[in-house]
Design a protein around this ligand. Structure first.
Ligand code: CDP
Length: 213
């Protein structure tokens, strides 16, 4: 099983790099952040308080979700746009700090990888916790300003200041939580994408994977 783990904070370039690297290497790609967003979406839709650990943990065990080629469905409902919206972004850190949710999603991520023979998997704890034996672990960073600018460009209905505040809040929650916080995994290759072209990052990582295969 060939797993390439890409972790890093919001707006560090994980999704773009992950997708292109997967394409370049002919591997499948999994965005695990979308899975946490699906749980937040399902909780809101069922009027469950995202901060209430037990019902949200039970939800994570039973909800049906699919994340394929950027199209996301939750219990058969298309949630592709909603999971990126401000309501889900506000709730997702609470859901992601819930150990029962993390346990369920880790199991789903491992079974996805087994089914696909590995792949490029992106998130916060992929190299540190979910796949510590990945053939390549990458930790992407970028300055807070660059990360907020990238996100503000994607979310045309939000102001830069709102986006910057949302990213700063989620980063602090992700780094500070007790269960699998955002950290650089042992042995990870760390790249600051603030000033390097994404294509250059993809080429560098593809060469590293090829040298290890
Ligand atoms: O797209 P962005 O980088 O802003 O976030 P995301 O990758 O969609 O992840 C949304 C949230 O899910 C993060 O802020 C984390 O709280 C959580 N997450 C996590 O805890 N563990 C992962 N492996 C992936 C995401």
């Amino acid at each position: 099983m060939r797993v390439i783990a890409i972790d890093g904070p919001a707006g560090s370039g994980k999704s773009t790099v992950g997708r292109r690297l997967a394409e370049r290497l002919g591997l499948t790609y999994l965005d695990t952040g979308a899975m946490y967003r699906c749980i937040a979406f399902a909780a809101i839709r069922r009027q469950i308080d995202p901060a209430d650990p037990d019902p949200v943990g039970r939800l994570a065990a039973t909800v049906e979700m699919s994340v394929i080629d950027g199209v996301v469905t939750v219990d058969g409902v298309d949630a592709t746009l909603e999971i990126r919206g401000p309501e889900v972004s506000r709730a997702v850190s609470m859901v992601a700090s819930n150990p029962a949710v993390r346990e369920q999603l880790r199991a789903r991520q491992r079974s996805w990888a087994t089914q696909h023979g590995g792949g490029v998997i992106e998130g916060r704890d992929i190299g540190s916790v979910v796949f510590p034996d990945a053939i390549l672990k990458v930790f992407l960073t970028a300055s807070p300003e660059v990360r907020a600018q990238r996100r503000a460009k994607e979310m045309t209905d939000l102001e830069y200041d709102q986006v910057a505040a949302d990213i700063a809040r989620r980063d602090a929650a992700d780094r500070g939580r007790a269960d699998s916080p955002l950290v650089e995994a042992d042995g990870a290759v760390s790249i600051d994408t603030s000033t390097i072209e994404i294509d250059e990052v993809v080429e560098l990582l593809a060469a590293l994977v090829e040298s290890r295969s």
